[in-house]
Design a protein around this ligand. Structure first.
Ligand code: NAI
Ligand code: AKG
Length: 424
């Protein structure tokens, strides 16, 4: 049997997302009765590629970028997960992100394992041409280990449908075949799916609705704060606004905006740039730290990791925290929120709408027959409600928090698939 691990006092270790996800995987496997051998297999990706990507910059110089692709576990099927372009990308982060993808795919029951990629770069400082050359260079560098039946990438932080289009085109050249199923999150005209752009936020919205029912909170008039105004955060703000909630705070990498009477979300959506930046247009801003501690009913971190920590968890004033971002809450903070009776819907459940509709996109690419937006939304709704119920019930019956319950549900499928394959 797997023994439960104690907490570590070192602050850096508490912010180490790989270490903290390993801690919860270890606990989840222990609760399910799996052996330490299973943990040894699942604690790290089975494959990790580091690549150097030389890119001719617009000024004629060559800059060499570092990129990663992690494939966590492919017992269930091909691996799947986004590609992040961000200056703070690290090998450890990409590994953790690939494990979270495996858990998400297990939770929403997709025929995939988890993968994730990242490039250390700041696309906000790069031209369109430089970004295209970087995107194509990355695909050439990882082409041996990816493909429509091996590992299927998608968008994540600071990547979008245009970048997916360049990557698909580059892979199709290498493969000498039009390969729309190589990547998801593509533009509609290149085999993208209706509903993929807003899918992550739709999934989060469904989780908020279900969590609000459990807490007896009426969404009409509920005060919502959203950290991050990119793909996940901006659509989410819109959906909350349309549902009658009052979005009182939003933020981006440069700061936050607050209005207790509710922000004008349509105006902000109109003014945000393609990197989800909008606050630079305003003088009267608050910090991201202040934003997270605002008085509200529902708090949605939708930006980056390690935002709710033991330092601010006691000051969170929301009744429900729904993680649209990957890894926004540390384990210590998870414990504090849970002790304070705050319902936390974890990332691996709340943000799984994105990969669910990515799966729909891949299925449509494979069958060559495309669904309407209504069909996609109906299927997503069913998947998310079922997954939420399953995890909520698990947390109640096993008397564990929603994060541990989600890991227990998410890890089981890959552990079983690995066992049937005779790996463990
Ligand atoms: N796009 C997708 O389909 C999915 C995204 N996610 C997760 O959701 C989160 C957001 O992703 P996207 O919306 O796709 O990215 P995005 O690139 O569209 O937007 C990111 C947003 O976060 C803000 N941000 C960046 N650094 C920040 C910081 N230090 N403090 C506060 N805000 C900061 C940016 O200004 C921007 O508003 C990430 O954790 C991502 O992994 C999870 C599942 C699927
Ligand atoms: O759409 C996908 O395949 C992956 C989305 C993703 O990277 C994530 O859920 O973190």
């Amino acid at each position: 049997m797997v023994a439960e691990k104690g907490t570590d006092s070192n602050k850096a270790e508490k912010l180490d997302v790989l270490r903290s996800t390993q801690t919860v995987i270890h606990k989840a496997l222990g609760k399910l009765g799996y052996s330490d051998e299973v943990y040894e297999l699942l604690k790290e990706p089975i494959r990790m590629m580091t690549v150097k990507i030389p890119v001719r910059m617009d000024d004629g110089t060559v800059k060499v970028f570092t990129g990663y692709r992690a494939q966590h576990n492919d017992a269930v099927g091909p691996t799947k997960g986004g590609i992040r372009f961000h200056p703070n990308v690290t090998e450890k982060e990409v590994k953790a992100l690939s494990i979270w993808m495996s858990l998400k795919c297990g939770i929403v029951d997709l025929p995939y394992g988890g993968g994730k990629g990242g490039i250390v770069c700041d696309p906000r400082d790069m031209s369109f041409g430089e970004l295209e050359r970087l995107s194509r260079g990355y695909v050439r560098a990882i082409s041996q280990i990816v493909g429509p039946t091996k590992d299927i990438p998608a968008p994540d932080v600071f990547t979008n449908s245009q970048i997916m289009a360049w990557m698909m085109d580059e892979y199709s050249r290498i493969d000498e075949f039009n390969s729309p199923g190589f990547i998801t999150g593509k533009p509609l005209v290149l085999g993208g799916s209706h509903g993929r752009e807003s899918a992550t936020a739709k999934g989060v919205t469904i989780c908020i609705r279900e969590a609000a029912k459990k807490k007896g909170i009426n969404l009409e008039g509920a005060r919502v704060v959203v950290q991050g105004f990119g793909n996940a955060g901006s659509f989410l703000s819109k959906f909350m606004h349309d549902a009658g909630a009052k979005v009182v705070g939003i933020s981006d990498a440069y700061g936050g905006l607050y209005d207790p009477d509710g922000l004008d979300i349509d105006y902000l959506l109109d003014r945000r740039d393609s990197f989800g930046t909008v606050t630079k247009l305003f003088n009267d801003t608050i910090t991201n730290k202040e934003l997270l501690e605002l008085d509200c009913d529902i708090l949605v971190p939708a930006a980056i990791e390690n935002q709710i920590t033991e330092e601010n968890a006691h000051n969170i004033r929301a009744s429900i925290v729904v993680e649209a971002a990957n890894g926004p809450t540390t384990l210590e903070a998870t414990r504090i929120l849970s002790e304070r009776g705050i319902l936390l819907v974890p990332d691996v459940l709340a943000s799984a709408g994105g990969v669910t509709v990515s799966y729909f996109e891949w299925v449509q690419n494979n069958q060559g027959y495309y669904w309407t937006e209504e069909e996609v939304e109906e299927k997503l709704e069913k998947v998310m409600v079922k997954s939420f119920d399953n995890i909520y019930q698990t947390s109640q019956t096993r008397r564990v928090d929603m994060r541990l319950a989600a890991y227990m549900v998410g890890v089981r499928k890959m552990a079983e698939a690995s066992r049937f394959r005779g790996w463990i």
